[in-house]
Write a protein that binds this ligand. Structure first.
Ligand code: SF4
Ligand code: SF4
Length: 342
């Protein structure tokens, strides 16, 4: 049996939905793709510059010959009602960091298997070592739709992983997924901040997923704060609105720890959360914010409380006006002016 088929068979045995292998030189076009994105939205230059670590793979890894890409489907997990529309599903069911999850365990097992085969490998489980969507598309595992998400037959509720290897291999699959229906622009219309402004065109700096995690460091003064609506961490609007995702979320299985965590992640409980609890129980599962960034969760929640105000939130907003963290105080005081006129 060819080693490519051996790897693919093992990936399926571990529970991956798809697996393919591309030659390293076949990923060269990613660089051009990034440049085109910057040309379309010049404001995104700073953001995409950080993605340049995913280009010039042959220069960075002179020994690299091929890239194995694997797809995990997470659209079968039960999402707690109180978190729906507030925490993006990929972050809630994040197998990259939850060591108890099947996704994490299969990733470790796959890496071990590749090394046992004698392959030299490089990977980055959290952030990817290549342009993951690009590599998955090149491996024929699915397509990238107008909302920029990668889709398989399971919709966009999939996670991607890749390993660079030193073996010359190729196993490109084919897919007959239909392209986006003509005239469909549901994802663009659904984008709350107009970050997704036209097909395949977005400004990552105004995406809610960025503003509620790595970005949004001055949400009190950012006009986009009001557009964030009900989201607290991440955003699924352009995926939820997509007809190609219709009926693709099945809510069959429990993801380890999600039920327990869901009780702590209500807006009220985030405002009451202590640093130590956050560091040990929340941050390890939501790693886009660091162990000392509980304040950012609280700013996101205050923004949510402003956008979805109800009387029971008043005590949290007033209390936050005296918080020791300046960013929390700033947004709470701004909300007081806006809502209570004081
Ligand atoms: S994730 Fe949300 S904010 Fe970002 S492009 Fe999609 S709909 Fe817009
Ligand atoms: S909402 Fe429509 S245009 Fe957007 S990705 Fe889905 S099918 Fe394509």
């Amino acid at each position: 049996m060819r080693v490519e088929n051996l790897i693919q068979d093992k990936a399926y045995e571990f529970g991956y939905e798809k697996c393919g292998i591309v030659r390293i030189q076949d990923l060269e076009g990613y660089d051009k793709c990034l440049r085109e994105r910057i040309d379309k939205v010049p404001a995104s230059k700073m953001f995409y510059r950080s993605q340049s670590r995913l280009t010039d793979l042959q220069g960075r890894y002179p020994w690299a010959k091929s890239v194995i890409v694997a797809v995990s489907h997470f659209g079968h997990y039960k999402a707690p009602e109180q978190l729906k529309g507030h925490i993006a599903k990929h972050y809630l069911f994040d197998g990259r960091v939850n060591t108890e999850s099947k996704e994490f365990k299969r990733s470790v097992a796959m890496e071990q298997f590749l090394q046992d085969l004698g392959l030299k490998t490089a990977s980055n489980r959290n952030f990817g070592i290549v342009g993951l969507r690009w590599a998955a598309m090149k491996a024929g595992l699915g397509i990238i739709r107008k909302n920029n998400f990668f889709y398989t037959e399971s919709g966009s509720w999939v996670g991607l992983e890749a390993w660079i290897t030193d073996r010359d291999m190729e196993l490109v699959e084919s897919t007959n997924l239909p392209i986006c229906p003509e005239g469909c622009s549901n994802c663009i219309k659904a984008c709350p901040t107009c970050s997704l402004s036209s097909p395949y065109t977005m400004n990552p700096l105004s995406c809610v997923s960025f503003l509620t995690t790595f970005g949004g460091r001055d949400l009190a003064n950012d006009p986009l704060g009001k557009s964030i609506g009900t989201w607290i961490y991440g955003c699924d609007a352009c995926q939820d609105a997509c007809p190609m995702n219709s009926g693709k979320w099945t809510e069959k299985d429990e993801f380890p720890g999600v039920l327990e965590i869901s009780l702590c992640l209500t807006p009220e409980n985030i405002m009451k959360m202590e640093e130590e609890f956050y560091k040990h129980n929340i941050q390890p599962k939501f790693f886009y914010l660091s162990p000392d960034e509980l304040w950012k969760w609280k700013v996101n929640v205050l923004n949510f409380m402003r956008n979805n105000y109800q009387e029971s939130y008043k005590q949290y907003i007033l209390e936050a006006c005296n918080n020791e963290n300046e960013k929390i105080r700033d947004i709470a005081q701004m909300i007081c002016k806006d809502i209570f006129n004081r």
